[in-house]
Design a protein around this ligand. Structure first.
Ligand SMILES: [Zn+2]
Length: 493
């Protein structure tokens, strides 16, 4: 198994340092990632977060680990402003659209899956929903109440942060301490049932107009937003599991509350490695619908958005996003996409060239074994995809030198180079060579072949005006004809 040779270091948000990854069970990885709240089209920033974990999931699988990857769907309990008061996001959308809340959930879950499929995501091993785990959530609340770390008021149950902090450390993930939190939170206005403003809801009694409600020992109501992730992660991965991931914005309060709930209910610290993906901005600013500095993921593929000059294929967009490390801020720009498109095409062309080059006695120009080791080194260093991509371009240069007879490759090295490139480009980064597989591209080649034939006939008839016109017009569309001794070939860029 490859994982026995490769030592991965993960930046753990809890310790603030890179740590050697040691799974709880050898050869197995348990990973939980907070999924979307399905009340609107998936945000490109969330796509970026999920893509980071898709790449991480793929790398673990590539190394031969058995990975159980759980990514939930939040379909209840997530209130406006991530708060304990206010309207449920899904219920609000349902009210505005005059449809059932579950219709909202269905519509945006389908949209979420379609978008992720287009970006060539692997499906998680389990995709549980909050509404499918109400019983488990109620059981956890019962246990926390028994342990004296929660209290009931008027049919709602709150987690007692102050009491928990006497024996545990609330704020350890986000680097907050309880005194500062108390100091910086505004006092309760008398409307709230909470003892302290830092306390958070485990169960909320439903107001009469609240549609999404379930019976419980305390009231007909619904679980607090943070609770579902504790219930679903521990149900499928155990009370202590390897990796918990999510967007940076979930560190506080969501993940902090998850830790508190889990420690209160089960005792041990729930997660060994906390991983957070950084945010995505656009044109140097925060994305916002109101200012127009905004794009929906699907608009990248259609080009129907004023922030981009053309449509981009999903692999180009994926390649663009993976060129930034997951812990760095990613600035989404048209110029960046155009540059990535060039880079991506270069990479795919090199893969096609690789199929055609002939092997030599010896390798010269690049140490293939060293290069392979460097690819793994990049990914082992906290999944550094930009460094990996730089290594891939090192191979592109080498392939082109072989083609130009300025370098050579032995048969053994050729096999290593080819396998390693395939593994990293297609399996780990999850890119797709659309030119190699697309039916529309086959049709394009057929059409260009027809034009090449017509051009050859024109030349045979000494109609050079027509033959040049065919060549130039194709060139203006980015299709280059090349005349060689075996006839005419074409390339696109
Ligand atoms: Zn969560």
């Amino acid at each position: 198994m490859l994982y026995k040779e490769q030592e991965i270091k993960i930046y753990n948000s809890l310790s603030g340092s890179k740590e050697i990854f040691k799974p709880i069970n050898e050869g197995h990885v348990g990973m939980y990632v907070c999924g979307p709240t399905v009340y609107s089209n998936v945000h490109l920033g969330n796509v970026r977060t999920f893509m980071s974990f898709d790449m991480i999931f793929r790398y673990f699988k590539h190394l031969g680990y058995k990975v159980r990857y759980v990514r939930n769907i939040t379909d209840a309990g997530h209130l406006e402003n991530d708060a304990d008061e206010g309207e449920d996001r899904i219920a609000k959308k349902a009210r505005l659209e005059q449809i059932e809340p579950m219709e909202v959930v269905q519509m945006y879950t389908v949209d979420f899956h379609n978008t992720l499929n287009t970006f060539n995501f692997l499906p998680p091993s389990i995709e549980p929903t909050a509404t499918g785990h109400i019983i488990e959530q109620i059981e956890i609340i019962k246990t926390i109440l028994e342990k004296g770390l929660a209290y009931e008021v008027n049919g709602s149950v709150y987690f007692d942060v102050i009491k928990y902090n006497e024996t545990n450390q609330y704020g350890k993930l986000s680097g907050r301490n309880i005194e500062d939190l108390i100091h910086n939170t505004r006092a309760l206005d008398g409307q709230s049932d909470k003892k302290n403003p830092q306390d958070f809801a485990l169960w909320k009694k439903a107001e009469p107009q609240h549609i999404m409600r379930w019976p419980s020992p305390w009231s007909d109501g619904f679980p607090g937003w943070h609770l579902e992730c504790t219930a679903m992660s521990t149900k499928y991965l155990g009370e202590n599991f390897d990796i918990h991931g999510g967007g940076m914005d979930l560190k506080f309060p969501h993940h902090e509350c998850e830790i508190a709930q889990s420690e209160a209910c089960y005792g041990p610290t729930p997660v060994n490695y906390w991983m957070h993906a950084n945010m995505l901005i656009m044109n140097g600013k925060k994305m916002a619908k109101s200012t127009g500095n905004y794009i929906l993921p699907n608009e990248i593929f259609t080009g129907e958005n004023k922030n981009i000059s053309k449509a981009f294929n999903p692999s180009v967009a994926r390649f663009f996003m993976l060129q930034a490390h997951y812990r760095s801020i990613l600035d989404f720009t048209n110029a960046g996409l155009l540059a990535s498109e060039k880079g991506f095409n270069k990479l795919m062309e090199a893969m096609a060239t690789l199929d055609k080059i002939s092997v030599s006695e010896k390798t010269s120009g690049m140490d293939v074994q060293d290069w392979r080791a460097n690819c793994y080194k990049a990914m082992n260093d906290d999944f550094n995809s930009p460094i990996l991509i730089a290594e891939l371009f090192g191979a592109v240069k080498f392939i082109n030198q072989i083609k130009d007879q300025k370098a050579s490759i032995s048969e053994d090295d050729y096999k290593v180079l080819k396998t390693t490139l395939h593994d990293f480009i297609f399996d780990v980064l999850g890119l797709v060579d659309e030119d190699a597989s697309g039916e529309s591209t086959d049709k394009l080649s057929d059409a260009v072949e027809v034009l090449i034939k017509l051009r050859n006939e024109a030349r045979a008839n000494k109609d050079f005006a027509l033959s040049d016109k065919i060549r130039d017009e194709l060139a203006s569309k980015g299709i280059q004809l090349k005349d060689g001794k075996d006839g005419t070939s074409f390339s696109t860029n």
